[in-house]
Write a protein that binds this ligand. Structure first.
Ligand code: ATP
Ligand code: MG
Length: 274
């Protein structure tokens, strides 16, 4: 972002990997270092509306009343400004919002985060070389986060071996590690073992599901039958949920979807669940 030739940069990665955490850290660091005259950060929702984004930017700039022109003029006045837009889902027209950038205002830098690289490159026109993927944690980092979150319980030699396995079953995803750690801290060994069993079964089933559909299928009828029985099995394990009012439709919880994608791409790179 300090490169004078870069006006837009992007951060992308799967749900719960830590994008918002990282951009908040970056915001804090740039404010502390005075790297920019002003830093404005906006968190977007799945269906953002331009007005809400404008209000958030205007408020951060201390404007009580504004329209597109005055907002744009105000941003022009800032010699060096960083605007962070966390969680971009779809194309957002910066001109419509009133954000001048590029040759119009070289001092205005934009940082976007998204779960999807294509949204950054195709919809927000960020050059791919300035899009950075946030990967899941390393095994060591995962354990250290899990251990910190659980606290003293993992020092107990009875719990520790199970805790190590539980942390491993969380697929190095911060969101899952934190959620599971918080649910298990201060719990008895039997609860830990139960959780481990559930997580392992959960991962096996998701992996089985992601691979099973493309193995040994010799006819369409066979595939259909197999799919039906897999769906029934996954529904009973709460890995797929029945859509309310619509019996023919099923849905998948976000976190199950992420783990499925991660396992599918790790074990079978040609298969991706969308
Ligand atoms: N490096 C990290 N160390 C410790 N905790 C982390 C780290 N990264 C993320 N977390 C924690 O993991 C959880 C999910 O992180 P975060 O909300 O930043 O994910 P995200 O990538 O923005 O997800 P989403 O795509 O849903 O917006 C949060 O509780 C956050 O505090
Ligand atoms: Mg986020």
């Amino acid at each position: 972002m300090m490169n004078p030739h870069v006006c837009k940069a992007g951060l992308w990665g799967m749900r719960g990997v830590g994008k918002s955490t990282l951009v908040k850290e970056l915001e804090w660091k740039t404010v502390k270092d005075c790297s920019f005259g002003i830093v404005v950060s906006v968190e977007l929702s799945e269906s953002p509306d331009v007005k809400t984004i404008q209000v958030k930017i205007a408020e951060s700039l201390g404007m009580k009343k504004f329209d597109v022109e005055t907002l744009c003029e105000r941003i022009f006045k800032e010699e060096s400004i960083l605007i962070i837009m966390d969680n971009i889902w779809e194309r957002l027209d910066l001109i419509e919002v009133g954000v001048p950038f590029g040759d119009d205002h070289k001092g205005c830098k934009l940082l976007f985060s998204s779960r999807n690289l294509n949204v950054l490159t195709q919809e927000m026109n960020v050059e791919e070389q300035f899009c950075f993927k946030l990967e899941v944690l390393s095994e060591k980092e995962s354990w250290s986060l899990f251990e910190k979150q659980v606290g003293d319980a993992v020092k107990d030699n009875n719990i520790r071996p199970t805790a190590l396995k539980v942390a491993k079953a969380c697929c190095d995803l911060p969101l899952l590690l934190i959620t599971v750690a918080n649910a298990l801290k201060n719990k008895r060994l039997s609860v830990w073992n139960d959780a481990l069993q559930q997580l392992t079964r959960f991962n096996h089933k998701v992996a089985f599901w992601s691979l099973g559909l493309i193995e040994d299928i010799d006819s369409l009828a066979h595939a259909r039958k197999r799919l039906d029985s897999l769906v029934t099995e996954l529904k009973s394990a709460c890995l797929l949920l029945e859509e309310e009012d619509e019996n023919e439709f099923i849905k998948m919880h976000d976190i199950v979807h992420e783990v499925a994608r991660r396992l599918a791409s790790r074990d079978q790179p040609i298969f991706a669940v969308k």
